[in-house]
Design a protein around this ligand. Structure first.
Ligand code: LAC
Length: 236
């Protein structure tokens, strides 16, 4: 085994708890684009605009101290994007667009990675989700993907009424699990989410599914992977 793999293992071999981001990390929200293609002439631009606004609204509302849950943020961002793109959305289209967030599929590498982690000697059942999603959204997606019984903790920002990357959100993982922050591995496909978790002091693994370039937020990931396939091996 190479020296770098050994070093990596010795770094991660203190982790006893793994938390995952939800959307884009465990759950594939690309179905949103399919729903949009039925009513928009520029579905890619529409979806990109919607998703950008959805995050911007979560950050802006956090700064404003005006929390509403992620379902509402998503609906508001959708309506504003439809206005900006001059797309008329009837009630049925709106419902379908938002349903794509409620019923995404799990990425194909997820069930196997969870199986492997649940057999890991230190981690076992110490698996959780830490998400911007509202408790109702997360319950729906977990039921839809049949993954409800895979996570000991399903934590929503709703408990602290502020969105990622507020330190208050990452603190929920410490409070719920009882593990110190340096023993918690946080896995997210969003580089900005990883930066927030790293700034808080969690150990981080950026799941760079899309081959994105790094962000420059002063808090780099501890490790980068492109699939969840070998995540349990990382932990030694
Ligand atoms: C979440 C978003 C950020 O699940 O993906 O929190």
């Amino acid at each position: 085994m190479s020296k770098s793999v050994n070093l990596l293992r010795s770094f991660f071999d203190r982790m006893d708890t793994v938390f995952f981001d939800a959307y884009g990390t465990l759950f594939d929200v690309s179905g949103v684009a399919t729903a949009c293609a039925a009513v928009c002439s520029r579905p890619d631009a529409f979806v990109a605009g919607w998703r950008r606004r959805q995050l911007e609204y979560s950050w802006l509302r956090s700064l404003m101290g005006r929390y509403v849950d992620f379902e509402q943020v998503s609906a508001d961002a959708l309506a504003a994007t439809a206005d900006a793109e001059r797309v008329e959305l009837d009630e049925e289209a709106r419902r379908q667009f938002l349903a794509a967030w409620l019923r995404p599929a799990a990425f194909p590498d997820v069930p196997c990675a969870l199986d492997d982690l649940s057999q890991h000697s230190r981690v076992g059942s110490r698996l959780g989700i830490l998400s911007n999603g509202s408790p109702a959204m997360l319950a729906t997606v977990l039921e839809h993907t049949d993954l409800s019984n895979r996570f000991r903790w399903v934590l929503s920002v709703d408990a602290v009424k502020v969105y990622k990357p507020s330190p208050a959100v990452y603190g929920l993982a410490v409070q719920a699990s009882g593990s110190p922050r340096e023993r918690i591995l946080f896995v997210s496909s969003n580089a900005w989410d990883i930066a927030g978790a790293a700034a808080f002091g969690l150990r981080t693994c950026w799941l760079n599914r899309a081959g994105a370039t790094s962000e420059r937020l002063g808090a780099a990931p501890d490790h980068v992977i492109s699939t969840l396939a070998n995540i349990a091996e990382l932990l030694g």
